[in-house]
Design a protein around this ligand. Structure first.
Ligand SMILES: [Zn+2]
Length: 292
């Protein structure tokens, strides 16, 4: 009986897959990496905004926007942005809207909006604040992760790979889910002893080692937040890696897994570094240069 229910729920999840972001592991990894790069000010501000049950760890609540997607139905289109089929580029004006055409209701628009909410609420007493800054922090942290998942900036015709049915080894699934969850799950089992912290530590070592020369360009942004270039990178990677050799009905195995895992790990690293950078810019803006 219970198995039957599990089956029903799985079918429901397969029927309504648009709402997934990186899976729980991916979002945990992004926020855990970001925590390591927060300034003292930003860390203190973040901790103050976190709900008690987070126990001071942003990473534990970074999947919250996926958990409330049914309760907050309006938030569903904010997890992704659709781009025209086969163009392999992203334009904010052209692409950032929901299916009813409402402007800025997409992942990059949401990142701008929640950054604005946090910035404007900074020096306002809690009682006068018109925004829920705890929710703003959790949405921002989650959506910075989502915009880096290449298929969260995918073709409109296949709903970012959601309607591309494939096999991941023997399991029937869809291409979007492969990128949200399956590549990370397989990596955990194959290389990291099924331990997420071991995987995160491996990514952190790459950040301080092979990717170190690139970090300042990842962080570079001449405003508080720069989600549009991240979306452009994602659709480029979607075309070069996610959609390539993954036509409907294909079976994805070792070749696909081994060549795409480095892309996933780098995107998790970039999300973490960029999330920290935006939180640092919001919560500890550069002090004016002291006069002698
Ligand atoms: Zn999401």
């Amino acid at each position: 009986m219970e198995i039957w229910w599990v089956g029903r729920i799985l079918i429901l999840l397969l029927l309504f897959p648009r709402i997934f972001g990186w899976g729980k592991e991916g979002h945990y990894a992004v926020c855990k990496i970001a925590q390591g790069y927060l300034s003292e000010d930003a860390e203190a501000r973040v901790k103050k905004l976190l709900p008690d049950h987070a126990e001071g760890e942003l990473a534990t609540v970074c999947s919250w926007p996926d958990e409330v997607r049914f309760h907050y139905r309006w938030s569903s289109p904010l997890h992704y942005v659709d781009t025209p089929d086969f163009r392999c580029n992203y334009r904010h004006c052209r692409d950032c809207h929901d299916s009813a055409g409402h402007k800025d209701r997409c992942v990059t628009g949401a990142i701008y909006n929640y950054t604005m909410q946090l910035t404007s609420g900074l020096n306002v007493p809690d009682s006068e604040n018109k925004y829920n800054l705890t929710e703003a922090l959790l949405f921002l942290s989650h959506f910075i992760g989502d915009v880096h998942q290449p298929l969260h900036v995918g073709f409109v015709g296949d709903e970012g790979g959601n309607t591309v049915t494939v096999r991941w080894y023997r399991r029937k699934t869809n291409l979007h889910h492969v990128w949200d969850t399956m590549i990370i799950e397989s990596a955990l089992k194959t290389y990291y002893d099924s331990d997420l912290m071991t995987m995160i530590q491996a990514i952190q070592r790459n950040i301080t080692d092979i990717w170190f020369p690139d970090i300042s360009s990842w962080e570079n942004c001449n405003s508080t937040v720069c989600p549009d270039p991240y979306a452009s990178e994602s659709i480029d990677l979607a075309c070069k890696y996610a959609y390539r050799n993954a036509s409907p009905g294909s079976t994805l195995g070792d070749d696909y897994f081994i060549s795409r895992l480095p892309v996933v790990e780098k995107r998790l690293a970039q999300s973490g570094i960029r999330l920290a950078a935006v939180l640092n810019r919001i919560f500890s803006p550069k002090l004016p240069i002291a006069k002698e």
